[in-house]
Design a protein around this ligand. Sequence first.
Ligand code: SF4
Length: 553
Amino acid sequence: GKYDRQRSALLPILRVIQEEYGYVSELAMQYVADLLGIHAAKVYGVATFYHFINTEPKGKFIIRLSRDISSIMKGANDIARQLETVLGIRFGETTPDGLFTLQWTSCIGMDDQAPAMMINSEVFSNLTPLLIPQIIRQCTEKFYSHRPITGMVGDSFTTTLTYASHHANAGITKAAAMEPDEVIAEISASGLCGRGGAGFPTGTKWKMAADANGDVKYMICNADEGEPGTFKDRITLSWFADLVFEGMTIAAYAIRASQGIVYLRAEYAYLLPHLEQVLKARREAGLLGCDISGKEGFNFDIRIQMGAGSYVCGEETALIESLEGNRGEPRNRPPYPTEAGFLGQPTVVNNVETLATVSVILARGAQWFSGIGTEKSKGFKLFSVSGECARPGLYELPWGSTVSGLLALAGGEGAKAVQIGGYSGRFLPAAEFGRKLAYEDLGAGSSVIIYGPDRDLLEVAENYLEFFVEESCGQCTPCRDGNVVLLNGIRSLRNGKCSGQQLDELLSLAETICVASKCGLGQSSPKVLLSINRYFRNEINAHLTAEHSARST
Ligand code: SF4
């Protein structure tokens, strides 16, 4: 009833069933298929694609322990052993009383407070083995306390967004006094580029959507940050949700969209009540709905749709597929979403940080914004810093700041290597810490993971490949099968069972996967191995069998 039998609502419907019954049975899948007039195989394909949809019974409490590299470095394996001991089961199993299921999961957006885990939709962070019995006991007694993880914890500096949030709605007021084309011109003049990684000019994207023909246009906020090590959306949505919704409304005005959707990652379900509350307040203040800001005909509203646990849905076309009720598999392009996106209509997808920044730019002016940063990277940027450092947290810096400057702020001096932009980003040795955080140098990634001097980098590479194997959508062979071969190869190497010739074959395969994969996941998954080979060949040589290869880079 709630979803009016819309086929595109398949994923929310599956979530509702799961909330009610604990899992989505085959019977339920058939029922939904009949209700929506689609084949049961289609429902099965969607239900089995997402990590947060269970197709078989699980425990009443599903414990998902993050195993990304920042969590591992902070002791996640010790937490795992303690959980297994206390519950008497292994990972992947459910206790005989049906109360607990233990699962590994990838990043849950809490790397500033690692190690962390979720129990259903509750987050528990800064875990120690000593805390585990107490948490389990509280679950068992059904009175574990809600601990909302919404704040800026640790050393988080977000000065510009904080300033803007004190001048709320200055941006939308200014935009409503302009023509839509003038708003696009203002954003173009600011030099703002997408903060999601690709760095596409935001004004250009909006212009493409504004010029496209469509019955209806959509403004989508990508709040599905799944890149290991990143948590900036969590903090931005917790503290600056108004700026994000304001940015969506400004974008909608510019492209003449009437409907907005926030695609919120499943791991952030606990933010939903807060976000709904902010939306309600904006409607009551006339900042959403009809004739926004008193401008006749400026009609726009926003709804939130939950994701269901899939890394690849951070890619905008995969996200649109998911919104339409399909498996979140990337589309071929062209056509681009600005021309034919959600339900085939012109659609702009911008991420959380980009949209918050839009509000700041409208409020303070393109000229002010473009005066910050470098020639090709205008403004400021949020960085989620985690790993082996004294002060993990969220840092806002002008583009063009150096890696070493950021490390000094976070207490990560002396690091051996740094991963910029999450697992799919750049792996940088200490010799290159003078490089700049900017589009023209290290790219747009937010996640910064710091590796201390004693870190085993092949352990890091194995962790990365486990993640990519898990998250590959399976659509293309180089990524689906190639990453499995790479993972097995790295394990052989770590076990001292890899010859130089086998390593050369692995490196050759890694290069092939980079060029032959369809989307960014496969194109970047082998880079960690290639980088370690390039910068830390001595750590590889230490594991090779006697017959070494002459190949060094
Ligand atoms: Fe799917 Fe990987 Fe191919 Fe991307 S590269 S489409 S994630 S199989």
